[in-house]
Design a protein around this ligand. Structure first.
Ligand code: BDP
Length: 680
C-alpha cells in the first residue's frame, strides 16, 4: 500500500457489483454517487438502493412530503424502506450534493459497521462553508507544506489535467468538504490575471461535480500590481471599479466561484491601512464586488505588529471596534488561538467578542508547529478543544462551535477553514497518519459533535482494518499523540519556542539582536531567575480581560488557572506549588520526560501491530516514529537544559538524564528546505 487511496477504495474501471441502483435523475453529481455505490470493493451485496434528490419520483414515494420539504441543500436522509415488497435502502439528498454525501455516508457505514441492521440517518452539515486553505505558491512550492510540491500544476493548466485533481475532489466530497482556496494567503497578485483565471476555471470544472467550490486568496494591492493603478485604496472609485470588473470576469468563467480569502496588513502584506483605511473598508469593498454573484469574503483576523500591545491581544483590539460594520457577505476568519497555531493555546478571545459579525475558525491541518510530517500527531482533539471551549459570550454553553456555526446568533453564513496538509507525495500528506487530520477536519466541519475517538475509529477502519486488536491500541495511540507533542515541546502553556526560521526544532534561547522582538522565543517564554511564563494577568498585559467572565477571573488567578495554560497567563515562580504537589520546575521536567516516554510507547504499539499492516505502510510509519522519538529527546534536552540555566535546580533524580550538551544543541542549524522560506 503506497497510501494513495487514502480512506477510500479505488474506483474500479468497468466492474460493478450486484447491487441494483435506482435513480430517476441524471446530474453529473448523481452519476458520481451511482458509480461509488457500484464499487464492488464496498461489498454492498445484492440489495436495491434508491438515490435522488427531493424531486426524484422514487424518493417521493418512500419518504413523506414533510420530511423531504425540510431537507436543506447538502443534507440527506438514509433509510431502510420497502420497495416493491422488498427491503431497500433509500438515500434522499436536499440537492444532488446531499445525495452524493449520503452515498459516502452509506459506504462508510458499510465499512465501519456493516449494513446488517436497518439504517436510519438524518444529517445536516454544521457549517455551510467547509473549506481547505492551500498555502500553495504559484511556483509550485507550498508554504509550511511537508508533503512535497503543490498538487496544482500551473504550467500544465488549463490544457493538461492531472488525474489527481479528480481524486482530490473525491476525497474531499467523501468527508463533506465543499470548498478549496487554491493559493497561499501570502497571495501573489498574478493569480487574478486572466492567464491564471483560466487555469483556475479548469480546476473548478473538475471539482464541480464533487460539490467542491473554488475560492482564491487575493493580494490587496492587486489593482496596482496587475493593472498599474496608482492606488489600491478601497475608497477610490477606480479601485472599486477594478474589483467589480474582476469579479465579473471571474464569474463569467466560474459561475459558482466561492469568493476571496484575504490576509491584509499582516506580516508585511498590503492592506487597507496602507491607505489610512480600516479592515472594514477593505473587506466591504471586496464584498460589494462579489455580492451580485453571492460570493463571500473571508477576511483574516491574523494581524499583529511589534507595537505597544502584546501580540496575543492585538486581533481582538483591531477587530472588535468593527463588529457590525461589515457587509453581510463578509466573514472574519480567526485562528483557533490568539497567537498562532501553537501545539496548545487557549481559544482566541475574539470568538466570544464579535456578536454581530459572522466569524469562522481557522485550524492548521498541516503540522507547522507539531513536527511537520515527521511526527504522528492526531489533531482532532486539538480542533475539538477549541470548538468545545466555552466563550460565555451569551452565558454558559456559548461554545466556539456555537458562536461560529450560526446557531447562537442566527448568522446567514457560517464557515470553517483548515490549512491543508496536502501535497504531491504519493500518500498525499507525507505521514500516513497525517491523512487522519485531513479526514478529521472534514468530519468535524460537517459535525462538530463527533468525538475524536469516533473519527479515529472510522478512519482506521477505512484506512487499515476492522480488527479490534489493531483498533484499540492504535486508537489510543492516536488519541494520546497530540498531548505527547505538547509534553515534549511546550507543556504547561509554553508556546512559540521554536527555531526562528523553520518551526521544527527547539530554540528557546534564540534572541537575534535587532530582530523583530515578537518573533523571538524569549518574547514568549520570559524565563528569568524568578520564573517562567508570560504575565497576561491584570497586573501584566491584562490579556485575561479580553475573555468573558467567569473566564477572565479564572485565568487571572494562578490558583484557578488551568495548569495547561499556566505559563500562557502567568509568569510563574520556579518553586510554585502545582496541584500534583510538585514545584513548577519539577512538573515541567516531568512533562518533557512524559512526552519522550509516550513516543517510545507509540513505537512499541506500532511494532506490535506489524502483522495487521502491509509492509510498506508499516515501515514508513515505523521510521517516522524513530525520528519522532529522537526529536522528542532533542526537545526535552534543549528546553530543560536551557531553562535550567534560570531555574538552577536539578532535574528530578528519578527521570532519565539529558543525553545532549546545550552548547551542541545550540549549534544545530537545520536547512528545512524551500517550503519554510516564509516569514515567522
Ligand atoms: C504563520 C506561518 C506563516 C503564515 C502565517 C499566516 O508561519 O507561514 O503565512 O502563519 O497564517 O504561522 O498568515
Amino acid at each position: 500500500e503506497d497510501g494513495s487511496r487514502l480512506w477510500l477504495q479505488p474506483l474500479p474501471y468497468g466492474q460493478t457489483n450486484s447491487t441494483s441502483i435506482i435513480s430517476g435523475e441524471k446530474s453529473p453529481t448523481i452519476g458520481l454517487a451511482i458509480s461509488e455505490l457500484n464499487n464492488p470493493a464496498y461489498q454492498l451485496g445484492s440489495r436495491t438502493i434508491l438515490i435522488g434528490t427531493t424531486t426524484d419520483k422514487n424518493i417521493r414515494k418512500v419518504f413523506s412530503k414533510s420530511e423531504l420539504s425540510t431537507l436543506s441543500p447538502e443534507s440527506y436522509l438514509i433509510r431502510t424502506v420497502q420497495w416493491n415488497g422488498k427491503e431497500a435502502i433509500a438515500i434522499a439528498g436536499g440537492d444532488d450534493k446531499g445525495a452524493l454525501y449520503g452515498s459516502y455516508h452509506l459506504l462508510r457505514l458499510a465499512v465501519t459497521n456493516g449494513l446488517g441492521s436497518p439504517v436510519s440517518v438524518r444529517e445536516v452539515p454544521a457549517y455551510k462553508v467547509r473549506v481547505l486553505n492551500h498555502w500553495d505558491n504559484l511556483d509550485g512550492s507550498v508554504e509550511r507544506g511537508y508533503a512535497g510540491y503543490s498538487l496544482w500544476k500551473w504550467e500544465d493548466l488549463p490544457n493538461t489535467l492531472s488525474p489527481r485533481y479528480k481524486e482530490y475532489a473525491r476525497a474531499n466530497a467523501s468527508i463533506g468538504i465543499n470548498g478549496t482556496v487554491l493559493n497561499n494567503v501570502n497571495a501573489d497578485p498574478l493569480i487574478l490575471t486572466h492567464e491564471y483565471l483560466i487555469k483556475v476555471k479548469a480546476l473548478a470544472d473538475v471539482f464541480r461535480p464533487y460539490g467542491l467550490k473554488v475560492y482564491l486568496s487575493v493580494n490587496f494591492s492587486s489593482p496596482t500590481a496587475i493593472s498599474g493603478l496608482p492606488t489600491s485604496d478601497p475608497l477610490d472609485e477606480g479601485v472599486q471599479r477594478w474589483w467589480k470588473d474582476k469579479a465579473k470576469e471571474i464569474y463569467a468563467l466560474i459561475p459558482d466561484f466561492g469568493g476571496f480569502l484575504v490576509k491584509a496588513n499582516s506580516e508585511g502584506l498590503p492592506g487597507p491601512q496602507d491607505f489610512g483605511r480600516t479592515h472594514a473598508d477593505g473587506a466591504n469593498m471586496l464584498a460589494d464586488a462579489l455580492q451580485p454573484y453571492n460570493g463571500i469574503v473571508m477576511w483574516r483576523a491574523f494581524v499583529y505588529n511589534p507595537g505597544n500591545e502584546e501580540r496575543a491581544k492585538q486581533a481582538y483590539l483591531e477587530f472588535t471596534p468593527f463588529d457590525g460594520k461589515f457587509r453581510s457577505n463578509v466573514i472574519i476568519q480567526i485562528k483557533n488561538g490568539p497567537i498562532d497555531f501553537q501545539p496548545r493555546e487557549p481559544f482566541s478571545p475574539l470568538f466570544g467578542a464579535m456578536k454581530q459579525t459572522p466569524i469562522m475558525p481557522e485550524f492548521q491541518i498541516t503540522q507547522e508547529y507539531l513536527g511537520f510530517s515527521n511526527h504522528l500527531a492526531y489533531l482532532a482533539p486539538m480542533f475539538k478543544e477549541c470548538l468545545d471551549s466555552d466563550t460565555y459570550a451569551q452565558g454558559e454553553g456559548s461554545t466556539v462551535a456555537k458562536v461560529t456555526d450560526g446557531s447562537l446568533y442566527g448568522n446567514k453564513i457560517s464557515a470553517i477553514a483548515g490549512v491543508a496538509n496536502i501535497g504531491e507525495d504519493t500518500n498525499w500528506c507525507g505521514h500516513d497518519f497525517a491523512q487522519a487530520n485531513w479526514y478529521a477536519f472534514g468530519r468535524l466541519a460537517w459535525n462538530h459533535q463527533l468525538t475524536s475517538e469516533v473519527i479515529a475509529d472510522e478512519w482506521l477502519k477505512m484506512t487499515f482494518t476492522n480488527d479490534p486488536e489493531f483498533l484499540s491500541p492504535i486508537t489510543k495511540m492516536m488519541l494520546d499523540s497530540r498531548e505527547a507533542v505538547v509534553n515534549y515541546m511546550m507543556p504547561l502553556g509554553l508556546n512559540h519556542i521554536f527555531a526562528f526560521d523553520h518551526h521544527y526544532g527547539p530554540e528557546p534561547w534564540c534572541d537575534v539582536p535587532g530582530a523583530r522582538p515578537d518573533w523571538m522565543p524569549t518574547y514568549y517564554h520570559r524565563a528569568d531567575s524568578t520564573g517562567l511564563g508570560f504575565d497576561r494577568t491584570t497586573s501584566g498585559s491584562n490579556g485575561v480581560s479580553q475573555y468573558n467572565q467567569p473566564l477572565a477571573d479564572l485565568y487571572n488567578n494562578i490558583d484557578t488557572c488551568p495548569e495547561e495554560y499556566l505559563l500562557w497567563f502567568h509568569h510563574t515562580a520556579w518553586n510554585h506549588q502545582m496541584k500534583s504537589g510538585n514545584i513548577m520546575w519539577d512538573e515541567l521536567c516531568r512533562h518533557y520526560d512524559k512526552g519522550v516516554l509516550q513516543v517510545r510507547e507509540f513505537q512499541k504499539i506500532w511494532d506490535r501491530s506489524e502483522h495487521f499492516v502491509d509492509t510498506d505502510r508499516f515501515h514508513r510509519v515505523q521510521s517516522k516514529l524513530r525520528i519522532q522519538a529522537r526529536d522528542a529527546v532533542w526537545w526535552r534536552d534543549a528546553c530543560l537544559l536551557y531553562f535550567q540555566t534560570f531555574s538552577k535546580q536539578p532535574i528530578p533524580y528519578d527521570l532519565e538524564r539529558p543525553v545532549h550538551d546545550l552548547d551542541d544543541l545550540k549549534k544545530i542549524k537545520l536547512n528545512m528546505g524551500h517550503n519554510n522560506k516564509a516569514k515567522k
